[in-house]
Design a protein around this ligand. Structure first.
Ligand code: ARG
Length: 442
């Protein structure tokens, strides 16, 4: 036995043994870009692993995923699986995101943050199927995505080991990386590669790096591919109605279609009208403020309509508490906690609020704006008799006096006490005096 296990490199049977012993496997999240292509070779060289690449179709722009697969194989991967994740992305990720009107820091609809846990689910699944104990990703050590990949993978299978080549290798500049790639027979883009780092899917497109790192520099027009510049958008507004069934979009202009189809269509319609661009300073989880540009025509249009329907149909207290929990949901997902028990609990609350969210919202898209101009629902809590100032008024105005008396009572008691104790209860009085003086002077 002992003799069999001790094989030295000089031993004639070493090479034979190497070729017979199956190498351990690593499953790599692969995009087809330079970084992840270099990752393949690097994992083989530095860890002596067989690489199984996984490419997820989450609705990103591409020139054919078969070509991406061919590139993975040419870069040395043992296998490359192309998985169409779009339907699952819509059903399992974009539905809950809409229920939560998810906007990180009130602006960013979590484009990348939403796709990572889904990709991770597939990576873990493939790892189990091929018997891999390693998973690798191509994220840098400065961003949020590394946190999302690793947290999601560990929450799905804590026994897996994660490798992060781009974070660990010594290829510090793009030039060094390209040189390493050329030396190792990996095809490098001959044309000047885009200076931007881009991640996109059905929910939008994130663009960072290059000139955008200067927060004073206006984003160049050519960073955008999904949206027309508002100034070049049509001079006539486009009216678009979105109907919802239990909180999920189900029709555009009264034509029923799947949520996936709706997202695809709204990306085009809103994009043509120049709506959906964001240029923001964002607070990354790792403590860095970064300048991020996004274009998310469908996400922002659909969230606008969804919120308008909630305004109409949700009871006041539910709506107010939901607004606070929406922030929590967005932070949770931004921070890579998709599979956490908190996020699960928040989803249950969100789902409950969506049960009666059936109705239609009319939007007006015009030169970079998206305005709600109409809303209707069988579950509407808008009561004309209560709201009108006309003859049909059913609101008992006299009841308001007693309501206000009790509503303000505790603070009235407090104010009385503070006055008796000599507190200055009129911090605005100096301003009032100024106004009086001003009036006197005139
Ligand atoms: N800042 C965004 C986020 O953390 C987008 C990241 C996109 N990644 C990229 N390579 N451009 O969700």
């Amino acid at each position: 036995m002992a003799q069999q296990n001790s094989i030295s490199k000089s031993d004639k049977s070493f090479e034979e043994h190497q070729s017979q012993t199956p190498k351990e496997k690593v499953v790599l999240a692969y995009s087809g870009g330079l970084d992840t292509s270099v990752c393949i070779k690097w994992l083989i060289e530095n860890y002596n692993l067989d690489v199984v690449a996984v490419v997820g179709d989450v609705g990103q722009e591409h020139q054919g995923l078969e070509a991406v697969k061919a590139k993975a194989l040419a870069s040395g991967a043992l296998d490359c699986l192309v998985v169409d994740m779009r339907q699952a992305f819509v059903e399992e990720y974009l539905k809950p995101a809409l229920a939560a009107n998810a906007l990180y820091e009130n602006k960013y609809p979590l484009v990348s943050a939403l796709s990572r846990p889904l990709i991770c689910k597939h990576l873990v699944d493939v790892a189990h199927k091929v018997g891999a104990s390693y998973i690798a990703h191509g994220c840098t050590g400065k961003g949020n995505d590394q946190v999302r990949f690793e947290s999601s993978i560990l929450m799905l299978d804590p026994t897996l080991t994660i490798l992060a080549p781009v974070r660990d290798w010594d290829l510090h500049s793009r030039e060094e990386e390209m040189m390493w790639a050329t030396e190792h027979g990996i095809s490098v883009p001959t044309t000047q590669a885009s200076p931007y780092s881009i991640d996109d899917n059905l929910w939008g497109r994130a663009i960072e790096c290059g000139v955008l790192e200067d927060p004073w520099a206006e984003p160049p027009a050519d960073i955008y591919t999904m949206t027309t510049s508002p100034q070049d958008a049509p001079d006539q507004p486009t009216y678009l109605s979105i109907s919802f069934e239990a909180g999920v979009p189900c029709a555009l202009d009264d034509i029923e279609m799947s949520y996936l189809k709706i997202i695809e269509k709204v990306n085009i319609i809103a994009g043509e009208n120049g709506f959906g661009r964001l240029d923001m300073i964002e607070n990354r989880l790792v403590g860095v403020k970064s300048r991020e540009c996004y274009e998310c025509p469908a996400a922002l249009t659909i969230i606008t309509a969804h919120k308008a329907l909630e305004d109409l149909c949700l009871e006041r207290n539910v709506l107010h508490h939901k607004l606070a929990l929406e922030q929590l949901w967005a932070n949770c997902v931004y921070d890579g906690q998709w599979f956490s028990p908190l996020k699960e609990a928040l989803d249950a609350f969100m789902a409950h609020t969506q049960q009666c969210l059936t109705g239609t919202i009319m939007l007006k898209l015009y030169k970079g704006s998206c305005t709600v101009v109409g809303r209707k629902s069988a579950y509407s809590l808008y009561d004309f008799g209560l709201a009108t100032y006309g003859l049909d008024d059913k609101f008992d105005q006299k009841a308001a006096a007693g309501f206000i008396e009790l509503h303000a009572l505790s603070c009235k008691v407090w104010a009385k006490n503070r006055l008796e104790m000599g507190a200055d209860m009129h911090p605005l009085s100096s301003k009032v005096d100024t106004v009086c003086e001003f009036e006197n002077n005139n």
